[in-house]
Design a protein around this ligand. Structure first.
Ligand SMILES: C[S@@+](CC[C@H](N)C(=O)[O-])C[C@H]1O[C@@H](n2cnc3c(N)ncnc32)[C@H](O)[C@@H]1O
Length: 221
């Protein structure tokens, strides 16, 4: 993928919604421990051995702070201002230094090749343009740097889960600020120009059936 072509395409800004923004901050604050418990094996594996300065796209209210090393600095790229108070408080509780960038992952104000590790969880489903975000991640990573992710994806075609994902796509996207359960993010990540990509698909068992098809992995710049 040509990074400069992607970087020149227009970037949609995050639309802050007074009610949904607050609802999502509250929802992820409440459900975060349950999701982390469900995802613990995958998160522990892909977020293992992170360096002590990590960039996270879409940090939300801080679900991944616990996977950072002691004495870490988190550079959080989080455009929903309703998440910020809880994220700051969670970082204080965990003793993580926080550099909060109130901006979208499609345009990150960090220099080229300046970071060793970028992480995300449950974010590429929601960003406006996943290919654009991945190009930004590649741009800021040093050669050999890693992008580690846990994301939910479209179920295989013609399965009941895929049918449900299609049926619920509008109310789901409205409630969760643009989230889509229909993205084939494995293909998008593999096409993003990383030098090496390792991805494990798996299925969660939660009552949120459209959300249960996942991938976790690491891509190297
Ligand atoms: C489903 S939440 C996940 C939050 C957190 N990563 C977690 O695992 O709990 C999606 C997050 O992505 C953020 N987000 C949405 N659009 C974004 C964008 N274009 N760039 C960066 N973050 C974005 C949202 O504000 C929200 O915090």
């Amino acid at each position: 993928m040509n990074i400069s072509a992607v970087a020149e395409s227009p970037v949609t800004e995050f639309e802050v919604h007074w009610a949904r923004g607050r609802f999502n901050a509250l929802f992820f604050g409440l459900i975060g421990p349950y999701l982390n418990w469900n995802l613990r094996r995958h998160k522990r594996r892909v977020f293992d051995q992170l360096p002590n300065r990590v960039v996270e796209i879409g940090s939300g209210v801080g679900a991944n702070l616990r996977f950072l090393p002691a004495d870490a600095t988190l550079v959080a790229v989080e455009p929903n201002p309703h998440m910020h108070r809880r994220l700051r408080a969670a970082a204080r509780r965990k003793g993580v230094r926080l550099e909060l960038h109130d901006q979208v992952g499609e345009r990150i104000d960090l220099p080229d090749h300046s970071v060793d590790a970028v992480i995300s969880s449950l974010v590429l489903c929601t960003v406006t343009d996943p290919a654009h975000v991945l190009a930004e991640i590649r741009r800021i990573l040093r050669p050999g740097g890693r992008f580690s992710f846990v994301e939910h994806v479209a179920a295989p075609a013609r399965t009941p889960t895929r049918g449900l994902q299609r049926m619920l796509r509008r109310p789901w996207a409205w409630t969760f600020e643009g989230c889509s359960c229909e993205r084939d993010l494995e293909t998008t990540i593999r096409a993003a120009g990383f030098t090496a990509v390792a991805i494990e698909p798996y299925r969660l068992h939660t009552p949120f059936i459209p959300f249960n098809t996942h991938i976790a992995g690491t891509a190297h710049a």
